[in-house]
Design a protein. Structure first.
Length: 121
């Protein structure tokens, strides 16, 4: 599969997902400062039979927001100008990055509620 899907994350960063002819998938995040951060995606994201376009885009949002800190994740979650998919990916990463004294070792659904309450998002 060849081609690329480009997504913009508002003024914070530009994200692009590329799949080359060999089937290798990469995700690159370009900050406004011009700095690039590139990650190789998992094998599952490079195989179109395993993931739909929508899931692949969500996976890309997860990978792109994974590098952001708590401040930026909270800002993305609260900003209604971002798509629900980007905001959900940011919340998922914020939940995973939250310290144990906030999450209390609970299952994911309960951790997410505790994180939303703790960070007021």
């Amino acid at each position: 599969m060849t081609g690329s899907v480009n997504k913009k994350m508002s003024a914070l960063a530009g994200v692009s997902y590329n799949v080359n002819p060999a089937g290798k998938a990469t995700s690159s995040l370009e900050f406004r400062s011009g700095q690039f951060l590139e990650k190789k995606l998992d094998h599952a994201t490079s195989n179109p039979a395993l993931l739909s376009q929508r899931r692949r885009a969500f996976w890309g949002h997860l990978r792109a927001t994974d590098v952001l800190g708590t401040f930026h994740l909270k800002r993305i979650i609260n900003d209604k100008s971002y798509s629900p998919w980007v905001r959900a990916a940011a919340l998922r990463n914020l939940t995973c990055q939250a310290p144990l004294d906030v999450t209390l070792g609970r299952p994911y659904a309960e951790r997410r509620r505790l994180v939303r309450k703790h960070y007021n998002v």
